[in-house]
Design a protein around this ligand. Structure first.
Ligand code: PGA
Length: 253
């Protein structure tokens, strides 16, 4: 059975008090997760230890970092290594978010190295892919995403690939309020699964969770998550509001 995941990506938002309150409010709600359902909070680095402590009291609730270094250790001022993250109890790391690709020039090749760092140190990468608007308008979104998968993931063994969660996030839908239609999401998710199947076989493709991201909110989560190849969501803006995110979590079934 594939895991169903509601992942919050707080990005660079909230001060410490706000972060504490938001997490407490969500975790104090009776969430009644079913077996195979997970919640992930991708919080800013300064809040990771607090979040790990709070989430550890709950089954199937995990903390993610929003990035990690492609290097193991050493003189890289300002960087955070996978080893450090693992040592403070982080379980997942978002790798290749489009904001990192765009503003910090992260290429598919660098992302492949970051994935290797995560996997070498017991962390699960939440790998983001997705096309910009110009590529969708040209009708080339499938080739574009296939290339992202190929360049960042296909060096992995089947066992390694099974540690990965994929998030399809069309860039034109991130933070814009313009969600992909359920059909657009399902089409691309089915395509991604088919690509994984071509490379790694049917069984592996069926076990990989593929999340949708891009303006997921309480009002559209159920429709998106009910698509056969959509296994949950990576949620930015709406994850900063406790009620919204709780409804999104409850939309997983
Ligand atoms: P959004 O962000 O939900 O605010 O569109 C999603 C993301 O960037 O992961």
């Amino acid at each position: 059975m594939r895991k169903q995941i509601a992942a919050a990506n707080w990005k660079m938002n909230l001060n410490a008090d706000e972060a504490h309150q938001l997490l407490s409010k969500i975790l104090h709600t009776k969430l009644a997760l079913k077996p195979g359902q997970e919640i992930i909070f991708a919080v800013p680095f300064p809040y990771i230890s607090i979040a790990v402590k709070k989430c550890a009291e709950h089954n199937n609730v995990f903390v993610a970092a929003q990035n990690c270094s492609d290097k193991t250790s050493g003189a890289y001022t300002g960087e955070t290594s996978a080893i450090m993250l693992q040592s403070v109890g982080v379980q997942y790391v978002i790798i290749g978010h489009s904001e990192r690709r765009e503003y910090f020039n992260e290429t598919n090749e660098v992302l492949a190295k970051k994935i290797d760092q995560c996997l070498s140190h017991g962390l699960k990468p939440l790998f983001c892919c997705g096309e910009p608007l110009s590529i969708r308008e040209e009708g080339k979104e499938k080739e574009y995403v296939a290339e992202q998968l190929k360049q960042s993931l296909y060096h992995l063994t089947a066992d390694q690939l099974q540690q990965i969660v994929i998030a399809y996030e069309p860039i034109w839908a991130i933070g814009t309020g313009k969600t992909a239609t359920t059909q657009q999401a399902q089409d691309m998710h089915a395509f991604i699964r088919q690509q994984i199947e071509l490379k790694y076989g049917h069984h592996i493709a069926q076990t990989i969770s593929i999340l949708y991201g891009g303006s997921v909110k309480a009002a559209n989560a159920k429709d998106l998550f009910s698509q056969p190849d959509v296994d949950g969501g990576l949620v930015g803006g709406a994850s900063l509001n406790a009620e919204e995110f709780i409804t999104i979590i409850q939309s997983l079934d």
